[in-house]
Design a protein around this ligand. Sequence first.
Ligand code: GTP
Ligand code: NA
Ligand code: MG
Length: 295
Amino acid sequence: GGEDELEARPPVVTVMGHVDHGKTKLLDAIRKTNVVGGEAGGITQAIGAYQVTTEVDGEERAITFIDTPGHEAFTAMRARGAKSTDIAVLVVAADDGVMPQTIEALNHALAAEVPIVVAVNKIDREGADPTKVRGQLTEYGLVPEEYGGDTMFVDVSAITGVGLEQLLEAVILTADAALDLRANPEMDGQGVAIEAHLDKGRGPVATVLVQRGTLHVGDSIVAGTGYGRVRALLDDHGQNVDEAPPSFPVQVLGLTAVPGAGDSFIVVDDDRMARQIAERRASRLRMAAQAASTR
Ligand code: GTP
Ligand code: NA
Ligand code: MG
């Protein structure tokens, strides 16, 4: 595929921040606003990756959000999240202010050279001090636009819904100003597993983010040491879809094994090739484990 086949794709945004500062609640609130915008049903899935749309300058724009846990045990996940993302939304509770995992998340985003938008959450709370949060983050080099810096800060409340539209707009403006997000949807799909688990009824279920190309039902794929023919693709409302274009998060059914979070996936020519690649990976891992245990 040549340059001319590249098409605009939505930004992939990882939501990071200290434990309980409201990342998940904020995403829930954003999705609810979006449901009012015309989608049927409530929230049916909690896969931690969602695509929403918003209107900016009269144009419908999609944004893909990925939730992450704030607990300190999830350092590796934040590092991975920052790498597979276009923009980081750093959530800071306005009553708590900057905390250890706020700084850790900020450092991952800076290391990955990802633009940051700050969501100052819980401004409905008594004791909320959004000015203090701005001052604290300025000390870490994240200077708000209103102080002459280049980081957009948006005051929000996941409970009252204030500021949510402005947050989506800030994400789009930041993407448009700092990034040229394009991909060729005609290519074979490839991307990364965000989360995966073994479901009693459905077998291995992997939530993947398509980063390039388009993933289709019926494709032969390898994901980590798992492989298989894609039996079904489910969007973030649990609805079956035939294909997943660039920046789209989907659940994949049909794998033989559960991939690890952060494992890449690729589409290959046929099932036989998928199995060969997966088995080669598995034997490499076994050899590495053996070497480690005999050392
Ligand atoms: P982890 O995933 O555990 O890191 O937490 P989180 O950042 O996803 O926080 P979560 O969304 O679970 O919210 C933590 C608590 O804060 C919940 O009790 C929420 O109801 C509450 N909360 C979140 N946002 C707001 C807000 O804007 N205002 C108020 N008053 N409470 C909020
Ligand atoms: Na929480
Ligand atoms: Mg959460």
